[in-house]
Design a protein around this ligand. Structure first.
Ligand SMILES: [Zn+2]
Length: 280
């Protein structure tokens, strides 16, 4: 009943201002939500952040521990502020035990050079993950898996105990496939970085605008260069087992600014979550 009252209240506000709002995606913690607002001049705020709205399209990420009651703030062209409340579902994360990873990847490093290397890589990685171009690209927000099929060997958010040591929750989705399997871009984007780090192994990070990035880790070979524009489905490289990996697999990660999100939620971004039509 509470939901219904909120939705009806919202409808009246939106109707009065002549706004159409549409949200698509899985309404759940850790999900990507794609929105569309009309008129496109409407300003959209989420979690204190002014979102990039390109021709009415915008995107937001629900953090993996996000509150179940969420709100957007819309500011119409005439300056009227409209709060939008919506509810999302809780996501339950399991735990797994992994014991076949080399200890050098799980034990705290003692070697001074390695400590320095890890500190540098952590800082640079964060820099790229949070990097934002001022000018956003306009593109169709369509997504696909970087690999067709394959076994999900470790889902997003799972709590992992590796070599009896509790690690951070899994930041992406692991797809186990044979060595050399082609890996393709999950959406149009720009190659932000191509590198080889201690934990990530050989990796590629793509920028998809709207604060969205995707990363492909543990590759055996890489087929793109920094600065290249790629289209959805373009070859990025081949599956390997470089870095902290216990066998050939792709670690596919999705970030919305500093939040790690569930890559599997991308396949729901074409499904309507809710829509409000003003009727004008
Ligand atoms: Zn992984």
């Amino acid at each position: 009943m509470k939901n219904l009252i909120l939705i009806l209240t919202l409808f009246i506000f939106l109707h009065a201002e002549g706004l159409n709002l549409e949200l698509k995606g899985l309404p759940c913690q850790g999900s990507i939500i794609i929105g569309h607002i009309e008129p496109e001049e409407t300003t959209v705020y989420y979690d204190g952040r002014k979102l990039n709205v390109i021709e009415g399209d915008f995107l937001l990420g629900l953090a993996k521990d996000a509150d179940l009651q969420q709100n957007l703030r819309l500011i119409s062209e005439s300056g009227v502020e409209i709060p939008v409340l919506f509810f999302i579902n809780e996501k339950h994360y399991h735990s797994e035990v992994i014991n076949n990873i080399q200890r050098k990847y799980t034990d705290p490093p003692k070697n001074e050079l390695l400590i320095r290397r890890l500190a540098i890589e952590k800082k640079i990685y964060k820099y790229y993950r949070d990097f934002q171009f001022e000018k956003q690209m306009d593109y169709d927000m369509i997504f696909q898996r970087p690999i067709e099929g394959g076994r999900i060997s470790s889902p997003f958010g799972i709590r992992r105990i590796i070599n009896q040591r509790e690690m951070a929750p899994h930041s992406g989705l692991d797809i186990a496939v044979p060595l050399g399997t082609p890996v393709s871009a999950c959406s149009d984007g720009l190659v932000l970085v191509v590198d080889k780090y201690f934990y990530q192994g050989k990796f590629v990070m793509l920028d998809h605008c709207y604060g969205l990035k995707s990363v492909y880790m543990h590759l055996d070979s890489i087929a793109v260069k920094t600065g290249e524009i790629v289209k959805i489905g373009d070859l990025l490289g081949n599956v390997g087992t470089t870095g902290r990996s216990s066998g050939p697999h792709l670690h596919w990660g999705i970030y919305w600014y500093s939040d790690e999100l569930d890559p599997e939620s991308l396949e729901y971004t074409n499904k309507l979550f809710f829509t409000f039509k003003s009727g004008r």
